[in-house]
Design a protein around this ligand. Structure first.
Ligand SMILES: Cc1ncc(C[n+]2csc(CCOP(=O)(O)OP(=O)(O)O)c2C)c(N)n1
Ligand SMILES: [Mg+2]
Length: 411
């Protein structure tokens, strides 16, 4: 039966690949959730930097699936806005420093930058606490920094130095700190792990959540759906958060995904699409998601609509599968840092000079910590060092294999 069907001329006909190859690249589909971060309104702004005031986000920032969308009104303070601006600017500076060090061949191996996507790490961090958890893929430097690390520890890790966040032994894709579970190179693998972290929180009766971030490419992985299933069955307080930056390596999302509405992918799990270029929308949505998950309603699927300015990794110029115009257009019209800057000025939160001062602080911080990272020594070159820092002290197995039997390390 099977053999006959395999012989059938229809199944052996030329695959459809030629059609895909010949097809002209589709323009980015129009979205109802825009990525314009500027237009929002505000009432009276108090002079006290710590006094909250109300901001109303634009109409299009959220789109909900099987869910009442969060309120578009949120309370912020001047100092929070300043801090968010500082965080996004520092991440961008840090990524630019990594780019430059890579081009000088001081950083080797894999390196994926998040330039353009800074509002997601920043908005989430400003909505959760250090008792909550975050896990993501390899585009992880900004998350590692905001979760509690330093620019120095991130850059030193990239340089393979002792003061790195993983003592110089992990590199770009393997950054961890308290409340941050990496830094994962296997596409999609962090999603079930994130569900497990959130399951542990529920099991231990902790009022916390885990944001499990993944890309639009990773969203097609089978294990993502397995994690959705178990999380819904057990009402696990996990937030599945897709960073839809429109490309998975060199493939546009609409060529790889039969359904590009990633927030509806959970089917039986409610979803929320968010303008991922608007840091206030991200903050508001992340706070809503945490509240939703922790209240016992179970998981939520989020989609942050965003854009990656650079190539997929350092070896990709990022211009062969998309036009330069598209990148220039996104940078000049939807940039998350410029969007917040414009609001801050319009609302009279800070003056132009005060914003320049924040820019300077971010630049000085990154410059200083990059110098310190470069001064950090390389890890000791012995086997002891190689097998250290893999397990939580006290939880080591009896031995770990080396390349050969002679290199087996006994703890
Ligand atoms: C299981 C697995 N398959 C393939 C790869 C190679 N790979 C690395 S990144 C990537 C694309 C992922 O794209 P996306 O999830 O959209 O994340 P982005 O890079 O856009 O942040 C692929 C296919 C991998 N690392 N792991
Ligand atoms: Mg992607």
């Amino acid at each position: 039966m099977l053999a006959r069907s395999l012989r059938s001329p229809r199944l052996l006909a030329a695959p459809l690949r030629s059609q895909f190859v010949a097809a002209a690249p589709k323009p980015l589909s129009l979205r109802t959730v825009t990525t314009d971060a500027a237009s929002a309104s505000v009432g009276a702004v108090p002079s006290d930097a710590e006094q909250p005031f109300t901001v109303t986000l634009p109409n299009e920032v959220f789109e909900a699936y099987e869910l009442d969308a969060p309120s578009r009104q949120l309370e912020v303070t001047k100092s929070q806005l300043r801090q968010m601006y500082f965080h996004m600017t520092s991440i961008r500076r840090m990524e630019m420093a990594a780019d430059s060090l890579y081009k000088q061949k001081k950083i080797r191996g894999f390196c994926h930058l998040s330039t353009g996507q800074e509002a997601i790490a920043t908005g989430i961090e400003h909505a959760i606490t250090k008792e909550d958890a975050v896990i993501t893929a390899y585009r992880c430097h900004g998350f590692a920094y905001l979760r509690g690390s330093t620019v120095k520890a991130v850059i030193a890790e990239l340089l393979g130095r002792k003061d790195g966040i993983a003592y110089g032994k992990g590199g770009s894709m393997h950054m961890f700190c308290k409340g941050f579970y990496g830094g994962n190179g296997i596409v999609g693998a962090q999603v079930p792990v994130g569900a497990g972290i959130a399951f542990a929180m529920k099991y231990e009766d902790k009022p916390n959540t885990c944001f499990a971030l993944y890309g639009d490419g990773a969203a097609n992985q089978g294990q993502v759906f397995e994690a959705y299933n178990m999380a819904k069955l057990w009402d696990v307080p996990v937030v599945f958060a897709c960073e839809n930056n429109k490309y998975g390596m060199g493939t546009a999302s609409n060529r790889a995904s039969a359904l590009t509405e990633y927030y509806k992918r959970g089917q039986y799990i409610p979803g929320l699409k968010v303008n991922g270029m608007d840091v206030l929308a991200v903050k508001q949505a992340a706070a809503f998601a945490k509240e939703y998950a922790v209240s016992g309603k179970g998981p939520l699927v989020m989609e942050f609509v965003t854009y990656r300015y650079g190539g997929h990794s350092m070896s990709d110029p990022g211009t062969t599968y998309r036009t330069r115009d598209e990148v220039v257009n996104m940078r000049s019209t939807q940039d998350p840092i410029q969007g917040l800057r414009k609001r801050i000025l319009e609302w009279g939160v800070l003056t132009e000079d005060e914003l320049k001062q924040v820019d300077k602080e971010a630049r000085q911080l990154v410059d200083k910590e990059v110098v310190e990272a470069e001064e950090s020594p390389v890890p000791d070159t012995n086997f002891e060092t190689l097998f250290k820092d893999i397990y939580v002290p006290g939880s080591e197995p009896r031995w770990t294999r080396g390349r050969t039997a002679e290199e087996t390390h006994y703890y």
